[in-house]
Design a protein around this ligand. Structure first.
Ligand code: HEC
Length: 196
């Protein structure tokens, strides 16, 4: 085949390709042709649709006894003073008290959730307590100093007498950090107390 004939073949091929490009326009209202769909369309069932796989004929299955949802850790305590004491003996604050980031986060949590009643310094003189709510005892002396971290955590988690539970508003990590911050407030108060 000489060069001229080859050029004619290439020209015809080129024009054919351009013509096909217009003739076979894709229809935007339909999905594209899939050559190898592979696993794009695997078999699946909706949660509440019937299923032939399971004996009870349902897709959604009850989790096995003792299953724990991802991201949620159980706490095996009740809202009683005995269990608060047990939490004090068993639970350990997972955060290092000296970590400045822990203290900064604890300060934020304390200012947001605890200051209204306990006051910025933990003396029990927050605005809510000054307007008629039974004022809590100071966190800087007495019982709160002697309680162990786990017991403070239990109080934040389950509440105590007039103090409500904060488990639904404050995450578990943030409750521990608030405990660290209370400890820091106490250490500051002890450091600045007049020496005998
Ligand atoms: C609605 C007001 C209120 C808020 C908000 C509040 N508390 Fe309390 N808290 C109280 C009261 C009232 C008591 C005393 C309960 C009692 O009589 O045993 C108390 C008790 C405590 C105790 C035990 C002190 C003791 O001597 O028995 C600790 C520790 C404590 N709170 C920490 C916190 C922390 C930390 C926060 C923030 C997460 C917080 N509280 C938020 C009202 C509040």
């Amino acid at each position: 085949m000489n060069l001229r004939a080859l050029n004619w073949v290439l020209l015809v091929g080129f024009l054919l390709t351009v013509a096909l490009n217009f003739a076979l326009r894709p229809d935007p209202s339909r999905p594209n042709f899939e050559v190898f769909p592979d696993m794009a369309h695997s078999a699946r069932s909706n949660a509440f649709s019937p299923s032939k796989v399971f004996a009870d004929g349902q897709t959604l299955q009850r989790p096995p006894e003792g299953a724990i949802p991802r991201g949620w850790l159980p706490l095996h305590y009740r809202a009683t003073p005995e269990d608060a004491a047990r939490a004090g003996a068993e639970l350990v604050n997972p955060f290092a008290a000296a970590d400045p980031q822990v203290r900064a986060r604890g300060a934020f949590v304390f200012t947001t959730w605890c200051q209204p009643c306990h006051g910025a310094g933990g003396r029990g003189d927050g605005p809510v307590a000054q307007r008629g709510f039974p004022p809590p005892a100071s966190l800087l002396s007495g019982k709160a100093v002697e309680m162990r971290d786990g017991q403070l955590f239990h109080i934040l988690t389950y509440g105590q007498a007039n103090m409500p539970s904060y488990a639904s508003q404050i995450s578990r990590e943030d409750r521990w950090k608030a405990v660290s911050y209370v400890r820091w407030l106490q250490s500051q108060a002890i450091a600045s107390a007049p020496k005998p």
